[in-house]
Design a protein around this ligand. Structure first.
Ligand code: SAM
Length: 253
């Protein structure tokens, strides 16, 4: 099967903002990713040089800018970068790079690369991943998150979409906000290890939220749900069924 080319969010940015960040889905995803980042990396110390690769409108960049870091905000979508620029006017430490993350070259290496919810939109996630180590300083860290194929399959099994599952979730997909390429966490971990990264942390993101029988609890019991996500999202077997999977890895020499 021929893979779709990298998906720029130019034409679906408004839909993305409304459907994802306008709901408990996006808020919870963001808060869980941020909590894990803050718990596992030194983000309150000296300013770091950070790349947010495929930053979208820069929701995570903003957190990093507010913590005093220098952040390069990259996206293939010019519309997304223009929106980030308009929001971050007050931050001197923000830089912008429009274009594919696979084409980034830099003299000054990054202490941290954040690449969240991007790989699954790429034609070749594995080759994009191979571009990242060169951009990182020695001992630099990478935070990846991506749409989890195990969860994609399990969700479809629960909906009784058996033909779709038998076809490896590959038939024509008209839902534009559904990523093209869900990824298997174990394969990404293996690729990172082959690239001489040491995986320091991993977690499932939204291991419970999307499976709740009573969906009204996604909003009405949000704080308790978030606590449960933080508790069970780091434990097997629950973590492997998170809608997204987060990995924090460090480049070794
Ligand atoms: C689901 S959004 C995630 C945005 C942001 N990281 C977040 O977590 O909110 C995926 C983003 O990847 C961008 N993108 C797709 N292909 C890209 C590429 N090759 N290089 C850089 N950005 C890319 C899209 O334009 C879109 O803004």
């Amino acid at each position: 099967m021929h893979n779709k080319p990298d998906q720029s969010f130019d034409s679906i940015l408004n839909k993305f903002k409304k459907n994802i960040y306008g709901s408990s889905k996006g808020m919870l995803r963001h808060e869980l990713l941020l909590t894990h980042l803050r718990n596992h990396l030194e983000l309150d110390g000296k300013p770091l040089n950070i790349l947010d690769a495929g930053a979208g409108t820069g929701i995570m960049s903003l957190e990093m800018l507010q913590l005093g870091h220098q952040v390069t905000i990259n996206d293939i979508s010019n519309t997304a970068i223009e929106e980030a620029k308009s929001k971050f006017e007050d931050f001197e430490h923000a830089k912008y790079l429009v274009g594919p993350l696979q084409d980034i070259h830099t003299e000054q290496k990054y202490d941290l690369i954040v690449c969240h919810a991007v790989l699954e939109w790429l034609e070749s996630p594995q080759s994009a991943l191979r571009c990242l180590p060169d951009l990182l300083a020695d001992n630099g860290a990478l935070s990846l998150s991506f749409f989890n194929k195990h969860a994609h399959r399990f969700g479809n099994l629960l909906y009784g979409n058996f033909d779709y599952v038998e076809n490896d979730m590959r038939h024509k997909n008209t839902v534009r906000l559904n990523p093209n390429n869900a990824l298997v966490p174990e394969n990404i971990i293996q690729t990172l290890e082959n690239l001489d990264f040491k995986v320091e942390f991993s977690a499932g993101i939204r291991c419970i939220h999307d499976y709740l029988f009573d969906r009204s609890k996604q909003e009405s019991d949000y704080q308790k749900l978030k606590e449960m996500e933080l508790t069970y999202g780091v434990l097997s077997p629950y973590k492997w069924l998170g809608k997204y999977f987060q990995i924090i890895a460090r480049k070794t020499d």
